[in-house]
Design a protein around this ligand. Structure first.
Ligand code: AMP
Ligand code: GLY
Length: 419
């Protein structure tokens, strides 16, 4: 298959690595990064431009376009590709609102009867205060729109909650949500708007520091599978089945009923509470860094499944073949992340890390300069360890990381430790 992958992060590097491992595909990435360009052809195309992406995809006779990040989805890139007859993996602009608007997502969940936290919407600071009076701390406040991952605050501190609301109210409503206690799980499901194919669950580490201390980030590490789910639900499959039946299928049905059918990847962000599994967010794309640990566990069938989701034939596609393996990824971030990351610093040791059996280094924000590889953003690299068990995968990931040097680099030491 001739596949065009849009995006430039470790998630896209993971998608490309999985497709290459499957074999038989010709892959181009736009724009890619310094790691991706070592493996496949990369091109400079403005991936937020529906016209330019479509022109490039048509001229290049691509069989499939895989859209990584949310920005091109929100810009309508999938819509334009569909119109031009190019199969695109990723939802339309209208369907991507399930990620772009928290209140839209809440409406869909209400109509679909999907379990989620109770919430109140406030449009003024007075309404926020009234809602906070009625809430029990910790307070959960969410800006309605996309806020580059900074729109959510979970805090015991009433003043901090009000300050957060004040900061984001000018951009739109604020949701004040019930705090849900329990471990978080990310479950990705592929869908063509009707059929649903779940991938393996993963757990993401959102906080910057060990023991979940420090600010929220885009994600500092992840692992899959989740052995504790099997203990709790009898098997991991039982958990997955429950989420498919109570969350994914009703949501996909509600999206179709609303005239905004969702095809692509529905990212179910879940909390396993004492009173059942509840949704804290939906995303309209592969998660980052969870993708880096889910995809290495697929042996074959990925490209066919993505194409089938794009073409509306997922119901009759061959099932994915999974490896009986585990994967752990540890993110290396720049000094200053998640605030103002220091960029331009040299990275060494990547080749040494990759020389270790079961270690892959996926690039997130890297560039190739005169001094070699440099960091160009906040989350710089993902060191992925795979192995027969989580313990082996974890050991490999951390051994790989120990070879890599980046001045001021930040990473957690406890990814997958409790699991
Ligand atoms: P989000 O930006 O929606 O991914 O939210 C960021 C993080 O806030 C999530 O990963 C959770 O750790 C936390 N969070 C969001 N909603 C809730 C909730 N209702 N209860 C507890 N924690 C939450
Ligand atoms: N790992 C969180 C996200 O992709 O949104």
């Amino acid at each position: 298959m001739r596949i065009l992958v849009l995006g430039s992060g470790a998630r896209e590097h993971a998608i490309i690595a999985a497709l290459l491992a499957e074999g038989g595909h010709e892959i181009t990435a736009a724009p890619g990064n310094a790691g991706i360009t070592r493996e496949v052809e990369t091109v400079r195309v403005d991936i937020k431009s529906p016209e330019l992406v479509t022109e490039f995809a048509v001229d290049g006779a691509f069989d499939l376009v895989v859209i990584g990040p949310e920005a091109p989805l929100v810009a309508g890139v999938a819509d334009a590709l569909h119109k031009a007859g190019v199969p695109a993996f990723g939802p339309t602009k209208a369907a991507a609102r399930i990620e772009g608007s928290k209140s839209f997502a809440k409406d869909v969940m209400a109509r679909a009867g999907v379990p989620t936290g109770i919430d109140t919407t406030a449009t003024t600071l007075d309404e926020v205060r009234t809602a906070l009076d009625a809430a029990t701390p910790p307070y959960v406040l969410k800006a309605d729109g996309l806020a580059a991952g900074k729109g959510v605050i979970v805090t015991e501190d009433r003043a901090a909650a009000e300050a957060h609301a004040e900061q984001f109210l000018p951009d739109g409503p604020i949701l004040i949500e019930e705090f849900l206690a329990g471990p978080e799980v990310s479950l990705f499901v592929l869908t063509d708007g009707e059929a649903v194919v779940p991938l393996a669950p993963a757990q993401d580490y959102k906080r910057l520091g060990d023991g979940d201390a420090g600010p929220n980030t885009g994600g500092m590490g992840a692992y899959s599978p989740l052995p504790w789910l099997a203990e709790r639900f009898g098997s991991e499959q039982a958990f997955v089945d429950e989420v498919v039946e109570t969350v994914a299928k009703p949501t996909i049905r509600a999206m179709a009923d609303a005239g905004t059918p969702f095809a692509g990847l529905l990212y179910c962000g879940l909390i396993v509470t004492q009173s059942g599994v509840k949704v804290i967010e939906f995303n309209a794309r592969f998660g980052d860094p969870e993708t880096q640990v889910v995809l290495p566990r697929i042996e074959s069938g990925l490209a066919d499944a993505l194409l089938a989701a794009a073409n509306g034939t997922l119901g009759s596609a061959a099932p994915l073949v999974w490896r009986d393996s585990a994967a752990v990824t540890v993110v290396l971030a720049s000094e200053g992340y998640p605030g103002d990351p220091v960029t331009g610093r040299v990275i060494t040791g990547v080749d040494e890390a990759e020389a270790i059996e079961g270690v892959r280094v996926l690039h997130a924000a890297t560039g190739a300069g005169e001094q070699g590889l440099t960091a160009t953003g906040g989350r710089v690299l993902n060191v992925v360890g795979t192995g027969a068990t989580l313990a082996e995968a974890r050991e490999r990931a951390y051994e790989g990381l120990s070879h890599i040097e980046l001045l001021g680099g930040q990473s957690r030491t406890d990814i997958a430790a409790k699991a």
